[in-house]
Write a protein that binds this ligand. Structure first.
Ligand code: NAD
Length: 338
């Protein structure tokens, strides 16, 4: 039976990589009952709002969404729809698995899953300007909200993930040496949860700046990383960079009542409409979605097909040093699956 799923093609390269992903899912025989909706800039254009009620209602109904990247105006305009979706559906864990697929890159054998708290911290949206005299923005204040409940559920998710996927170690990344209250709370809750798993999963911790350096010098020492929202946002892009860039990095946003799957990258305005975007990140996000609904067989088949085409090297998109178009890459993966 087809699984009901909300589909948000997104902005910029979003529609191109979404079409590619649907073609590859189709070639693998995965059947979804898509409910196509708009958000972001497309939402503003079609429905006058970046987050239309119809889109939210659809996700409430299906509890599952595959989402292309959405444009967020910088510094002004509407708030990030991505952040709003995570908060609306309480998608507390952002899961970003990264493996090196391109041989001959900077590192071999990178296989890191970064799990980032997704609703709190500096991204909770608690910020305001402070007027002094005539200057309405003489200062600005953002609050990094960390809660015991929020910390516990994401660290527990990381350990459960490690158990489910036969991983060996969870590293908690923090800045508790400076932010003794907020980051200190995340760290102490994490240490407590880690104790419950000590017979099965190893645990260690790193201060975020040291973690950034070690990720660059010796990424293979990391297995599963769990961290707070902003550190996770930054480190996950760093980890994608270790293995050949954003074009290969998928993400899952997991909550109790809904899950949204997306590429880590954005709308890539510099290449939008040129037909050269690498669709792999969204395709791999669709694989995480197949895992989530229990179709590990098709997820693994698609992952193997994408890997095989990339490793083979004849059909690669420009971001991976090739010259293939989105369509040529998609056709190659689909043929591999046929
Ligand atoms: P970006 O990820 O869109 O682009 C960064 C660089 O990576 C660009 O050079 C781009 O061409 C390249 N790139 C990204 N994806 C690629 C792909 N699939 N294939 C080939 N090359 C690819 O980041 P940005 O330029 O900082 O952001 C552009 C817009 O995207 C902004 O409005 C931002 O808010 C939004 N954004 C959305 C999401 C999301 O929806 N999850 C995530 C990040 C950024």
């Amino acid at each position: 039976m087809a699984t009901p799923c909300t589909l948000i093609p997104g902005d910029g390269i979003g529609p191109d990589i979404t079409d590619a992903t649907l073609a590859i899912l189709d070639a693998a025989g995965a059947t979804f009952d898509w409910d196509t909706q708009v958000a972001g800039a497309a939402g503003v254009e079609e429905k006058g709002t970046p987050m239309p009620d119809e889109t939210l209602d659809s996700i409430k109904r299906t509890r599952l969404a595959l989402k292309g990247p959405l444009e967020t105006p910088i510094g002004e305009g509407y708030r990030s729809v991505n952040v709003a979706l995570r908060q609306t559906f309480d998608l507390y864990a952002n899961v970003r698995p990264t493996r090196d697929l391109v041989p001959g890159g900077r590192y071999d054998g990178v296989d890191i899953v970064l799990i980032r708290e997704n609703t709190e911290d500096l991204y909770a949206g608690l910020e305001h300007n402070i007027r002094i005299g005539d200057d309405p923005q003489a200062a600005a204040e953002s609050i990094a909200l960390i809660t015991r409940v929020g910390s516990e559920r994401v660290v527990r998710y990381a350990f459960e993930y490690a158990v489910r996927h036969s991983r060996k170690k969870v590293t908690l990344v923090h800045k508790a040496n400076i932010l003794k209250n907020s980051q200190g709370l995340f760290r102490s809750v994490g240490q407590k949860v880690a104790k419950e798993y000590e017979a099965k999963i190893a645990f260690d911790e790193r201060i975020v700046d040291a973690a950034a350096m070690e990720l660059v010098i010796n990424p293979n020492r990391f297995d599963v990383i769990v961290t707070t929202n902003m550190f996770g946002d930054i480190l996950s892009d760093l980890v994608s960079g270790l293995v050949g860039g954003l074009g290969l990095a998928p993400a899952a946003n997991i909550g109790r009542d809904a899950a949204i799957f997306e590429a880590v990258h954005g709308t890539a305005p510099d290449i939008a409409g040129k037909g050269v975007a690498n669709p792999s990140a969204l395709v791999l996000a669709a694989c995480l979605m197949l895992d989530h609904i229990g179709d590990r067989f098709r997820a693994d088949r698609i992952r193997r097909a994408v890997e095989s085409i990339i490793r083979d090297g004849k059909v690669r998109t420009r971001d991976l040093g090739g010259s293939a178009t989105t369509k040529e890459f998609t056709d190659a993966v689909a043929q591999h699956l046929a």
